[in-house]
Design a binder for this molecule. Structure first.
Ligand SMILES: Nc1ncnc2c1ncn2[C@@H]1O[C@H](COP(=O)(O)OP(=O)(O)O)[C@@H](O)[C@H]1O
Ligand SMILES: [Mg+2]
Length: 335
């Protein structure tokens, strides 16, 4: 449904050219959940925005392919973009509160969103659909709550209402960019249950972006592990969790604490060092400065893809050293 090949995004900044996304490729099938995981600054949000063709003026994107249902998104004119955004692909963000106008009731803003997608709907139809959307995202007492204002809702309920807005255009793909990061753990779990339900009931495809591998590991069908603007490993979630081949994936896994516990755990024991400076990228593997098994050839250019196969499944990574033992790398300080 969505195909992205060799996506590159540069920003012109006061400090020089910043390479935010470097040669990223992936695809998403109908009803599939793709998890995009990586530390802050790895290029996750920029990738998401390019799918919507939303980039600030200082951004420059190039891709060999960006297609949705066989149509070339890079060639869309204004009118086609209006039909695409919200109606084929919709997006939700980290802080739902900020997306709402405080002087509009929830019902009024939902009506506006619905009318923007379908201007010819009758008032009764629009009102009925607003109510159905609120019910679909499990806001209790939906009929009464349509008259309430954003400040009368908790963060978790506001994120549900954001999801209702995103569903208003009946999209086939939802991009959720850290949608639960600002929420308590139990509220996070509720939002994830809702997204799983929507995948089931609507065959909704979801790109779920997070820095928290624990959150996504029980939920995504496939994972993209991003670092320094590159995808370092990608494949079925099960494979990446059980047999990571890139030391960065292994490091993320080693720093995992069971979902629900992470607030009580202090510093992560592994992955010391800081993320790369995108203005001065390493010539080779961006993870090399932090990697416990780094070799001289890791610094000789961005590592090419290596494919791994286990029965019918295959997955890909960019580690020139990678091997089955990399999951143990960060245990006990020896390798
Ligand atoms: N408008 C912009 N101008 C300059 N640099 C930007 C802009 N937006 C993002 N960046 C940079 O691009 C890189 C990737 O950012 P982003 O995709 O937001 O990371 P994250 O993985 O945390 O979502 C970061 O180094 C960020 O500072
Ligand atoms: Mg981000």
């Amino acid at each position: 449904m969505l195909t992205v090949e060799n996506l590159n995004v540069d920003f012109t900044t006061g400090g020089g050219l910043l390479k935010a996304v470097r040669g990223v490729s992936f695809s998403v099938a109908p009803g599939e959940i793709l998890g995009v995981v990586g530390e802050s600054g790895s290029g996750k949000s920029v990738t998401a925005h390019t799918i919507m063709r939303l980039l600030p003026a200082n951004g420059d994107m190039k891709a060999d392919t960006l297609t949705f249902s066989g149509r070339d998104v890079l060639e869309f004119d204004r009118e086609e973009l209006r039909g695409y955004r919200g109606r084929e692909v919709a997006m939700i963000f980290q802080e739902p509160g900020r997306s709402f106008d405080p002087i509009y009731s929830i019902g009024k803003s939902l009506v506006e969103t619905l009318q923007a997608h379908e201007p010819d709907l009758s008032d009764e139809e629009v009102n009925a659909r607003s109510l159905r959307l609120l019910e679909e995202v499990h806001v209790q007492n939906a009929r009464e709550r349509l008259g309430n204002f954003p400040h009368q809702f908790s963060g978790g309920l506001l994120q549900r209402i954001m999801i209702a807005h995103a569903l208003a255009g009946d999209p086939a793909l939802l991009i959720a960019d850290e949608p639960t990061t600002a929420l308590d753990v139990t509220i996070q779990a509720g939002i994830i249950d809702l997204l799983l339900e929507l995948r089931r009931t609507r065959n909704l495809a979801i790109i779920f972006i997070t820095h928290n591998l624990a959150l996504i590991s029980g939920f995504a069908d496939r994972l993209l592990v991003m670092y320094g603007g590159l995808v370092l490993e990608e494949g079925p979630t099960e494979q990446l969790l059980s047999a990571p081949r890139h030391p960065y994936t292994a490091g993320l896994l080693q720093s995992l604490v069971p979902f629900g516990l992470h607030h009580s755990v202090e510093a992560l024991p592994v992955l010391s060092g800081s993320p790369p400076d995108p203005l001065r990228p390493e010539p080779g593997c961006p993870f090399a400065p932090r990697c416990p098994i780094v070799r001289p050839r890791c610094r000789e250019g961005v590592p090419a893809w290596t494919s791994e196969r286990d029965g019918d499944t295959s997955w890909n990574h960019r580690c020139v050293v990678g091997g089955p033992k990399s999951a143990d790398l960060f245990r006990g300080g020896e390798s």
